[in-house]
Design a binder for this molecule. Structure first.
Ligand SMILES: O=P(O)(O)OC[C@H]1O[C@H](O)[C@H](O)[C@@H](O)[C@@H]1O
Length: 259
């Protein structure tokens, strides 16, 4: 959470996990990152069935429906359900479900934008995006291939990685902990740290203590016909560093630790 976060609408909170819908960044005509990150959700007391995550013991279901104001700038009726579940080991699972409740199809782009707390941005690395193509958002989304084994940070970085694997890791060398990000239904991933670039609502030194690793569906927008629903998953857990063999997804038995 930014030391200068503003908790007053219509400013989105600079921290936590903003939900970017129905547009990621400035990829379309809407305000940057869409409008849902500025909205208040309701508790969904009777959500449609969704299998529980095996390790979750506490959860809340939220719902957001298109308002009259939303329809003026994005004329598509939707129902957005979000389940937030906390697992026994402190892992957090978000399950977004977007339903087209209109009479015509619509497209959208989407991302979860978690601000992950880290010890020091210079002491971390992001793993799992080796040899993938990315659009450099500091260079008009020019396409490059990342040949580096891991991503480290020593200046501003803002990349949209395309067709990424389901697992990405943030290794924090100072804390000796690794944040494991598992995503489904969102093939892209954004890695962002503004370094010393001026960002509204961010304290001068705040860039040192976070990294944004975002699960995203951007390059190929999601299309929903009337009545259709899209579902994604974002699961985040923390393990002691070194709990993995070389291959992503092949975990050694490790006891989870709490953040
Ligand atoms: O300032 P915001 O609208 O919250 O956006 C913050 C950042 O979000 C994403 O990570 C984008 O890749 C960045 O280009 C953007 O600067």
């Amino acid at each position: 959470m930014s030391s200068k976060a503003i908790f007053q609408p219509p400013t989105p909170i600079r921290g936590g996990i903003p939900v970017l819908f129905p547009q990621y960044s400035n990829t379309g005509p809407l305000p940057s990152h869409g409008f849902v990150r500025n909205r208040f959700w309701k508790i969904d007391t009777n959500p449609p069935h969704l299998p529980s995550h095996p390790s979750s013991n506490a959860r809340i279901d939220l719902i957001l429906r298109s308002s009259e104001d939303d329809l003026k700038i994005w004329p598509h009726k939707y129902e957005f359900r979000l389940r937030v579940a906390l697992g026994h080991q402190g892992d957090l699972t978000l399950t977004p479900r977007v339903k087209n409740s209109d009479r015509t199809p619509f497209n959208f782009t989407f991302a979860f934008h978690p601000y992950f707390s880290v010890s020091d941005i210079s002491e971390i690395q992001v793993e799992g995006l080796h040899n993938l193509d990315y659009l450099d958002q500091q260079k008009n989304r020019t396409r490059f291939t990342d040949h580096c084994k891991v991503i480290t940070f020593n200046s501003q970085l803002d990349r949209l990685y395309l067709s990424t694997p389901n697992k990405i890791r943030i290794v924090d060398h100072k804390k000796k902990k690794t944040i494991v990000v598992h995503k489904e239904g969102q093939v892209d991933a954004v890695v962002w740290n503004p370094w010393e670039k001026k960002v509204s609502d961010l304290g001068v030194e705040d860039y040192r203590r976070f990294v944004a690793v975002e699960s995203a569906a951007v390059e190929k927008p999601i299309t929903l016909k009337p009545g259709e629903e899209w579902k994604g998953v974002l699961q985040m857990s923390v393990v002691p560093s070194g709990c993995f063999t070389g291959k992503l997804g092949h975990k050694k038995s490790c006891i989870h630790s709490h953040t």
